[in-house]
Write a protein of this length. Sequence first.
Length: 295
Amino acid sequence: MTLSPHPLDHLVLPTVNIALARERLGKLGFTVAPDARHPFGTENACVFLADKTYLEPLGVASQEQCETSIADGNVFVARDQAYRFRVAEDGFSALVFGTDDAVGDDGRFKAAGISAGPMLDFSRPMKMPDGTETTAGFRLAFAADLRAPDFLAFCCQRINPLPADRSVLERHKNGVTGIARVALSALKPAVYRSFFEEVVGGPRISEHSFGLTIKAANVDVEVLTPEGMEAFYDLPVHTSDPGLRARAILFKTRDLSVTSSHFAANGVTYTRKNNRILARLAPGQGALFAFEEIA
């Protein structure tokens, strides 16, 4: 069966607390949606982008509820808690791909030996910018590679789609319109090729001297060597960990001068690398944020 690659849906960014993430993302010029609680102990305050991808800063609303959820077999919460314990309270833990058949994806993951555990179905109320509430429903199928305990991928199916018009939330003062690339690091990127073939669903993958480029339907996922992270993102990576770690997000912006002006006005320090602006990791921002002018 020939698969067409899934699109990137969203990125999971654990944070010490949602208020800190909201403050940092606001300084970076992002519009942040109202806080929302999950029914299993976590909470988020998302950044929705015009290309229909989004960032999910993830906080812990109730440690007790999280522990109960883990005991009940909730993979999402279990992996979040493990990431916080092993890596950091602020970070970048998961890539999420959109799907219209999470059950089929789960079957593929099991057949390939990369299922991270049972699927998760849940719904939660969501407040829209105009004050109305709607119920968002999701079905998640999880994948993981045992060689990479600090990285999770999953496919997300919307059971009752949200209203299409999120335009108020998709406008950002920094000029960002979407995500162009996501960068992960690994000492040996090639060993994760088959994992991403299954997760993304038959993407085009190219190998190069700095690692792999995996073409999802809407973005490129780069798995780079430490040398590649330095070359493209000026990001030093410790070479002691052979696993896979999500590290950086490259955003598309209409006008880089708008982005840099906003940073200057808000006291955000940044550097330039080739034709990119790089905002370093900071409390509430668990990944390197890169910005590039892309039409």
